[in-house]
Design a protein around this ligand. Structure first.
Ligand code: C6P
Length: 422
């Protein structure tokens, strides 16, 4: 697992400690850590060329505008978009999905039209559609997953009808880790006359994603989960859709001509970027894209797959621990949610915190998914390029401490000493 040893030192936060213990960061599905060069890019922007974009005609304003548009090009290249103008900067995945729900759904959906969503969606890809369905009379239909956390294309075929207008689904579940068959789903849904939105918040950071190969209509993702800053993300869309859509937000910079009672708008993507955008965020996200590109997304995926396999084996040895989602690391990413019989997820997270281990406990913004699993909450450990087998070993030792507190009879003793002799 050479990749993480190489990159780990580049992340200043990973050298910090909490409660007197070195930090073991296992919450990258919530947000990733940032390498030094990305942090430096932020400081450089504010120290050297902080100015508003698309407005000033002085040197630093032109430099900022150029860097902002270059960042769009970098993000577009990262996902193999046909052109930079297919990338709209947003605050993140959530805003990107809301953009589609409002700019497309509100204007296009009619009573009785159908929107298909999976039951594993993050609230970001559920609540906007509930809102739009409420306003338009469209109907939500749900594509359920099986006991292993997988969805079947046959079920999609069963759900698709002549009234289906949108199929919106996650590429990778942020809880089950499942990779959904989005390319084939997009092919079938589009053949049935529906549009397809892919929530790629958990896939673009972790594996090569080529929007042309995916074949969807819209793809949403966030900068902060891929070594970039918070408050920036993107909606990728086929350009013809962006041309056809109404603006989402109105305000400065998205207009061509404003009369008192009407306006005309800029070309996409600028039509969707009203007001002063997150200039620093976009530019620094561009630096994160450079960083990930240099390491290579194939290498990152290979590393995470290997580490996920290791984690699944180690965790399954713990008595009374149940992993939710596929057990085959080839079918899933490194977001690993689990339950421990008789121990509350928040207690687990609290004990782990005392060991410097950062995991997330709760419903992870997927209440219906958890209801479907029959639990109110889970613990989730999630991996990224900088994690190592030592981090997994630390987690296993931490879980042994959890057993020592809450279920001493289930302790095997292995974790306390460390399986790999750590
Ligand atoms: N999931 C997690 O801990 P934003 O917050 O807009 O950057 O991303 C929202 C989002 C949408 N879809 C999926 C699949 C996601 O995982 C997330 C963010 C984080 O799981 C924070 S709730």
């Amino acid at each position: 697992m050479g990749l993480s040893a190489r990159v780990r030192d580049e992340f200043p936060l990973l050298g910090q400690s909490a409660h007197g213990k070195p930090i073991v960061y296992l919450d990258s599905a919530a947000t990733s850590q940032k390498p030094r060069e990305v942090i430096d890019a932020l400081v450089r922007y504010y120290e050297e060329y902080n100015a508003n974009v698309h407005r000033g005609i002085y040197a630093i304003a032109e430099k900022a505008t150029l860097a902002y548009e270059e960042a769009r090009g970098k993000v577009a290249g990262f996902i193999n978009a046909r052109r930079p103008e297919e990338v709209v900067f947003t605050r993140g995945t959530t805003e990107a999905i809301n953009l589609v729900a409002y700019a497309w759904g509100l204007h296009s959906l009619r009573a009785g039209d159908e929107i298909i969503l999976t039951t594993m969606e993050h609230h970001s890809n559920l609540v906007p559609w509930q809102l739009i369905a409420g306003m338009t009379g469209a109907r939500l239909k749900f594509w359920d997953f099986d006991g292993e956390g997988k969805i079947s294309l046959e079920e999609l075929d069963r759900l698709l009808t002549g009234r289906t207008r949108m199929v919106a689904l996650a590429h990778q579940s942020n809880v089950l880790g499942t990779f959904n068959p989005v390319a084939e789903a997009a092919r079938r849904a589009r053949a049935a006359g529906a549009l397809v939105l892919v929530d790629a918040a958990q896939s673009v950071p972790h594996m090569p994603v080529d929007v042309q190969q995916l074949g969807a209509d819209f793809v949403a993702f966030s900068g902060h989960k891929m070594c970039g800053p918070t408050g920036i993300g993107a909606l990728w869309a086929r350009y013809e859709h962006l041309e056809a859509l109404q603006p989402f937000h109105g305000g400065g910079e998205m207009i061509m001509l404003v009369e008192l009672d009407r306006s005309t708008y800029k070309e996409p993507p600028w039509k969707f970027e009203a007001g002063t955008p997150n200039i620093a965020g976009a530019i620094v996200w561009g630096a994160a894209v450079d960083y990930l590109t240099r390491i290579g997304m194939e290498a990152i995926r290979a590393h995470e797959q290997q580490l996920t396999g290791y984690a699944l084996v180690q965790l399954q040895e713990i008595k009374g621990l149940r992993i939710h989602g596929p057990k085959n690391p080839a079918e899933r990413g490194g977001a690993i949610a689990f339950s421990m019989d008789g121990v509350h997820p928040h207690d687990i997270a609290q004990v782990l915190d005392q060991e410097g281990i950062c995991v997330r406990a709760g419903h992870h913004c997927t209440q219906p998914l958890h209801r479907r699993l029959g639990v109110a909450a889970t613990v989730r450990a999630s991996l990224y390029l900088y994690n190592t087998a030592d981090d997994i070993d630390a987690l296993v030792r931490g879980l042994d401490k959890v057993l020592a507190y809450f279920a001493p009879s289930r302790r095997s003793g292995v974790g306390a000493e460390g399986r790999r002799g750590a």
